[in-house]
Design a protein around this ligand. Structure first.
Ligand code: HEC
Length: 150
């Protein structure tokens, strides 16, 4: 019986983390304006470090050894909340990269510029309204292993 109580408490403690004061539930963004978001994207010069289909500029110099692609095919939905987090707290979850040193410094912090003191909330909501539809959901393709004939 005592074991059961301890186990139950433990389970509560575990799930508690998700519902604690840092939980992302209840987070909701106002509707943004994609057209203005495009202007925000261009004026903050996101392309100095990123690529986005339809906005290629081979002349443009990159601030990174390799630009980080935005948008395109993903195997899971990229949400508004994830995009907001990527912009206001880039180190929270670093972009998947084969070479982490290309996207983060020695302390594991993102190399992305921090815009928090200059970008307004309206600009942020417009920006993610513009960005989110650039992410397309693509079915996960299983590796096609050739048939094995003994
Ligand atoms: C100085 C370079 C730099 C600039 C400027 C920059 N970023 Fe980034 N950004 C990065 C790096 C490096 C990463 C990868 C590490 C990470 O996930 O934080 C990144 C990651 C991201 C991601 C997550 C990508 C993923 O696949 O997980 C988003 C979204 C993003 N940036 C949006 C923006 C937007 C929007 C702007 C312009 C307002 C911008 N960035 C400007 C360097 C930059």
């Amino acid at each position: 019986m005592k074991k059961l109580v301890i186990l139950t408490l433990f389970a509560f403690a575990l799930t508690g983390c998700e519902q604690g004061k840092h939980a992302s539930t209840g987070f909701s963004l106002p509707e943004g304006d994609a057209k203005r978001g495009e202007q925000v994207f261009l004026s903050y010069d996101c392309l100095a470090c990123h690529t986005l289909a339809g906005y290629e500029d081979p002349e443009r110099e990159s601030l990174l050894p390799k630009r980080v692609p935005l948008g395109g095919d993903r195997t899971r939905i990229t949400t508004y909340a994830e995009l907001v987090t990527s912009v206001i707290n880039p180190s929270h979850k670093l972009a998947k990269s084969m070479w982490p040193e290309e996207v983060s410094d020695e302390q594991g912090q993102s190399l992305m510029t921090n815009f928090n003191d200059v970008m307004t909330v309206t600009e942020l909501t417009d920006l993610v309204t513009f960005l989110q539809p650039q992410y397309k959901l693509k079915a996960f393709n299983r590796t096609n292993y050739p048939n094995y004939f003994p």
